[in-house]
Write a new protein. Structure first.
Length: 103
């Protein structure tokens, strides 16, 4: 999983969906991306993915993209919504849910 404060789209790769046995559905607002490589890739599907970090559990919507960089990419909106603090040296993240901080 990559947590990226510079991106604006939650991304999951098709192979991760297959391995987790999740179901894709048509994207309500399809769009194209060009930041993965020098080609244009269409985002036409999305998938809801369960996230479990320690005792934190959530369901997050991800756009489906074919890429080889990572299986899951969490982005700036997720960081903002959960008031995430990133600790660079230890490569950990702390976030707040219902007034409780999680690491």
């Amino acid at each position: 999983m990559i947590i990226d404060g510079g991106s604006c789209v939650n991304i999951i790769v098709e192979t991760a969906i297959e391995k987790m046995g999740l179901k894709a559905k048509p994207h309500p607002q399809p769009y194209n991306v060009t930041w993965v490589d020098k080609t244009v890739q269409a985002i036409t599907q999305l998938c809801q993915v369960p996230i479990h970090m320690s005792s934190y559990h959530d369901q997050v919507w991800y756009d489906i993209l074919d890429m080889d960089v990572a299986h899951i990419l969490l982005v700036r909106l997720w960081l903002y919504d959960l008031d995430v603090i990133s600790f660079g040296r230890s490569n950990t993240h702390e976030f707040k849910i219902n007034e409780k901080r999680w690491c």
